[in-house]
Design a protein around this ligand. Structure first.
Ligand code: ATP
Length: 321
């Protein structure tokens, strides 16, 4: 039971749940390492209908707890290193008086479907969900637009995970501009038995010589998306990190080849990998690719999903639940 300092506390919901989606990078242009230690990017994100749900419940003491259920839950940290935890702490620090005079803590629960360490922004999506839930819990403005500055403090992919859809990301990927996308895309994703560390992939990218000037806006892709020309979209997909991911995990090459051979329009590594993404024309194409790559020993599981999906969305639920 929460002790009420503020009569309006009675009107506050106790739990807010937010649904967040995974992403795939349709293009990932990576420039040379800058003095600040980051690589400038020009990337096109697409949100995908694979969802995590993040529920934040206020506690009457100051503790924060975090639990995880769902796929690969055992691989997700349940301490302050979890990005969702950091999101709640950030709201509590930045908006101490709105959060609650008693410095309430929170119970965070994540129900995971987004592959962990798969290059699909699972942690960033959870951070976006926790941020929106925490803001809504303390009656702060919680629209994706209003939360952008806080999101950028949590990680480069977090702002996009709030907005969803299709967007061009520049800078570290956090300076977003929406991209018009006609039509929907069908995808097959093949996850790996073992994750890949994003910093390790960037290090290998540098060791391999990088792509100086790689942060060029992919105008052909953006135009194909706007026209809704699926074949032109497929022909324009690109990922500058793919060579580095394959250098670290040579077995990914075979996964991509098998998918192409059975009719994927394009096959590419998703973000920093190791998940492989296949764009397909229709449901029959998705079944073929899924069946072929799921036989490979290096593939953990396959998932089919549509894009683009919405960004972070509050789920309806009873106030006070
Ligand atoms: P990105 O595509 O943004 O580079 P990713 O999808 O490759 O990220 P994540 O699923 O975000 O990878 O996980 C990367 C690491 O982050 C994990 O190994 C895990 O230790 C840590 N992590 C922190 N918070 C979370 C979270 N909420 N869910 C999953 N992993 C998390």
């Amino acid at each position: 039971m929460v002790m009420m300092d503020d009569p309006f506390d009675l009107l506050r919901p106790m739990t807010v749940t937010v649904r967040v989606s995974a992403k795939v990078n349709l293009a990932l242009g990576v420039g040379g390492l800058a003095p600040d230690g980051f690589h400038p990017l020009a990337t096109v994100f697409e949100a995908i209908c694979i969802y995590d749900e993040v529920a934040v419940t206020r506690r009457d003491d100051s503790r924060i707890t975090l639990t995880v259920s769902g796929e690969d839950a055992d691989q997700v940290p349940t301490d302050e290193t979890n990005l969702a935890w950091r999101a709640v702490e950030l709201v509590r620090e930045e908006f101490a008086s709105e959060w609650g005079k008693r410095g309430h803590g929170a119970d965070i629960h994540i129900d995971k479907s987004i592959p962990v360490a798969g290059g699909m922004a699972g942690g960033s999506a959870d951070a976006a969900g926790a941020l929106m839930a925490a803001a809504a819990l303390c009656r702060l403005p919680y629209s994706p637009e209003e939360l952008q500055p806080l999101a950028a403090q949590l990680g480069s992919d977090v702002p996009f995970c709030l907005t969803g859809g299709v967007a061009l990301g520049r800078g570290r990927g956090d300076r977003l501009a929406p991209v018009i996308c006609r039509g929907r895309h069908r995808w097959v994703f093949a996850t790996s038995n073992q994750g890949l560390s994003t910093p390790a992939v960037y290090r290998r990218f540098d060791e391999l010589g990088g792509t100086p000037g790689g942060e060029t806006v992919p105008n052909d892709l953006i135009s194909a998306l706007t026209r809704g020309d699926l074949d032109a979209v497929a022909a324009s997909l690109s990922n500058d990190l793919q060579a580095a991911a394959i250098d670290l995990r040579p077995e990914l090459e075979e996964v991509l080849t098998v998918g192409r051979e059975v009719g994927a329009l394009t096959a590419l590594v998703s973000g920093s990998g190791p998940t492989c993404a296949f764009l397909v024309r229709d449901t029959a194409g998705a079944k073929k690719v899924s069946a072929a790559v799921s036989n490979l020993p290096q593939v953990h599981r396959t998932r089919t999903a549509r894009g683009p999906a919405a960004g972070a969305q509050l789920l309806p639920g009873p106030v006070g639940s």
